[in-house]
Design a protein around this ligand. Structure first.
Ligand code: PLP
Length: 611
């Protein structure tokens, strides 16, 4: 059983809300929860334990218990004295210990952590220590003064040997500047910040981390404690996660629930084809004919006639003779760039290329030099300097950058290639569908496809499926990968259903390509609108609209604000983007219009006015 004491820096800071929020999350994760209000003063119409259970929306199976209640609305020992029933600290501890056990026991004190609960001066921190609780959560209102309150309360907890952390509760709306300074202040003071609860929210922003930072197996089973290696692993992982959390960079997986009226500007389904009926029926037909899985590697029986047909279609679409299909863009990039360049080669890469390409280059053994984002002058300088090198030179870039939505000068790249003779690797993941004849991307739009040696495309964005492809100028390059790339050899091939979805989506993309100019116009106009309202947004017409913000905290706060208003967007922070360039990433859809633009802008402006 996990026992947590929920106390606070003061009375009226939201302990009951926190107990309710935590119970709600645990309960939803299938855990039994017992809420214990150790003692209560005054005559509330509804007890705190009951109130917390209500917030948690607990069913009758979980328990909520109040151990002591005194009618006078006074500090516990005064209220107890007024009732003629002095608090027996040790008896109270014993009563808690006698309660029926559950997966999680949440104990709520009365008042703040230093509130006395025994005539001899013992307080809630001592109470937690006497019970040997696994952790103590100190609820602190997220407002000016939170750092002072947090430090004092934390010191009190530590004095009693408790493992404690702060739960900031935004009981009244707070400005972004104050919120950010609270987090920074606690960090400087070395006070662990375990959770943050937004104004009017029913759950903390990070329920999973809260539970894991408490060091408890909330959702998964504990690692076998007899296994020292596993425990060391758990400790190492835990420390690194805590560090990430302290820096505000912890990543989590959340269940994404799609509601009515929600505006999704977070995913990459730019043309809305992931829900297209023609694509869905192609998937159903493929499942019927070929089954739902490739069931083997491409080298065994996983490469079927659909794979072959799709590859043929892709080659025609882009103007290439040959290629391969992979299970993800990450696998494709890391294989191509991990296997083709070798020791002695040089890879010149735009500073902002996708992590999958960097992962490949780093394992290839080739020398990696990065040039400033889109800076082809610098690339040319590097090419000129290295023209005497003996190995092969690769130049690697994206045609539409995934986090910035901007585009390199592809015509100039083709000219540089003609002059310096390198191998050009172009990732078209975010250009497909949105640009080019028949939606085939930027290389064809710029008319430089013959200069591209290796083209990468992914099916998981506008192409309504999953998986990826790479196209080559030579069958020898393809065959080399078939023989050397573990991602291709030792992995089950892309399911026929995904292949069919991609094939059908390409057909829709081709039909829709006549509308491209209007999507580009909407993108340009939306960017202008944002800039007119003093948001920092670059010009352009791609579907990816980055809105630069002052800090990672501001990006997360604005994204949360919008998400709470039914506008799904993602905050992108380091290390996904370079330090100091945190942003909101708005990804437009072909159906995005002026009504939606105004809705987004209105919500963004109202967030700014509030800060
Ligand atoms: N290349 C780029 C430019 C990307 O943005 C992504 C994003 O996910 C990938 C490759 C990886 O593709 P996948 O999601 O299919 O692994």
């Amino acid at each position: 059983m996990v026992t947590v004491l929920i106390t606070g820096s003061d009375t009226g800071v939201g302990k009951t809300l926190v107990v309710g929020s935590l119970a709600r999350f645990l309960h939803a994760s299938g855990k039994s929860v017992q809420i214990v209000k150790v003692l209560e003063t005054g005559r509330p119409t509804i007890s705190d334990a009951e109130q917390a259970a209500k917030i948690a929306n607990l069913s009758g199976l979980s328990q909520f218990i109040t151990l002591e209640s005194f009618p006078e609305p006074l500090a516990p020992i005064s209220a107890a004295a007024a009732a003629g029933r002095p608090i027996d600290f040790d008896a109270l501890v014993a009563r808690v210990n006698q309660l029926q056990t559950t997966d999680w026991r949440l104990l709520e004190g009365a008042g703040g952590i230093a509130t006395q609960v025994a005539a001899d001066g013992r307080d809630w921190a001592d109470f937690g220590a006497a019970l040997d609780v696994d952790a103590a959560i100190i609820v602190v209102p997220d407002r000016l003064g939170a750092v002072n309150q947090g430090r004092l309360a934390y010191a009190q907890a530590v004095r009693s040997g408790l493992r404690a952390g702060i739960w900031l509760n935004e009981s009244v709306p707070v400005t972004v500047a104050v919120a950010a300074s609270n987090r920074m202040g606690l960090e400087f003071a070395g006070v662990p910040l375990w959770a943050e609860q937004g104004h009017d929210a029913v759950e903390p922003r990070n329920p999973l981390e809260v539970v894991s930072v408490l060091g408890m197996p909330a959702v998964t089973d504990p690692i076998d404690s007899s296994n020292g290696v596993a425990n060391d692993l758990e400790r190492r992982c835990g420390e690194s996660l805590e560090e990430r959390q302290r820096r505000g960079l912890l990543r989590t997986v959340r269940v994404s629930r799609r509601g009515n009226g929600e505006l999704n500007l977070a995913d990459n389904d730019y043309l809305g084809l992931a829900r297209d009926p023609a694509v869905a029926s192609a998937v159903a037909e493929a499942a019927e004919t070929y089954g739902t899985s490739a069931s083997a590697s491409a080298l065994i029986t996983g490469w079927g006639e659909l794979h072959e047909a799709l590859l043929g279609r892709l080659c025609t679409w882009h103007g290439f003779p040959t290629g391969l299909i992979w299970t993800s863009g990450f696998a494709a990039n890391s294989a191509v760039l991990g296997v083709l360049p070798r020791k002695g080669d040089l890879v010149l890469a735009d500073r902002l290329i996708h992590a999958s390409m960097i992962a490949g280059i780093l394992r290839s053994g080739a020398r990696l030099r990065r040039f400033e984002h889109l800076n082809l002058d610098q690339l040319e300088g590097l090419l000129a300097k290295d023209s005497s090198g003996t190995g092969q030179t690769f130049v690697v870039t994206e045609s539409v950058f995934s986090m910035d939505g901007d585009i390199p000068d592809l015509k100039r790249l083709a000219r540089l290639k003609a002059q310096y003779g390198f191998c050009l690797v172009l990732d078209e993941a975010h250009a497909l569908g949105w640009y080019g004849p028949e939606g085939a991307g930027m290389a064809r739009k710029a008319g430089i496809e013959v200069a591209v040696d290796i083209l990468i495309g992914t099916f998981g964005k506008a192409l309504a499926s999953g998986g990826a492809y790479t196209l080559f100028r030579s069958n020898k390059v393809r065959d080399y990968l078939v023989n050397e790339a573990g991602e291709f050899i030792y992995s089950t091939a892309l399911p026929p259903t995904s292949v069919a979805a991609a094939m059908a989506a390409i057909e829709q993309v081709r039909i829709l390509s006549a509308e491209q100019a209007s999507w580009h116009k909407v993108s340009r106009e939306f960017r202008s609108l944002l800039r007119e309202q003093n948001w920092e947004v670059p010009a352009g017409d791609s579907p990816i609209v980055p809105v630069r913000l002052d800090s990672a905290g501001a990006a997360v706060a604005l994204a949360t604000w919008l998400n709470e208003r039914g506008i799904l967007v993602s905050a992108v922070r380091p290390p996904t983007v370079p330090e100091g360039t945190s942003r909101l990433r708005l990804s437009l859809k072909r159906e995005f219009g002026s009504d939606q633009a105004e809705r987004v802008l209105g919500a963004m402006n109202s967030w700014r006015e509030r800060t």
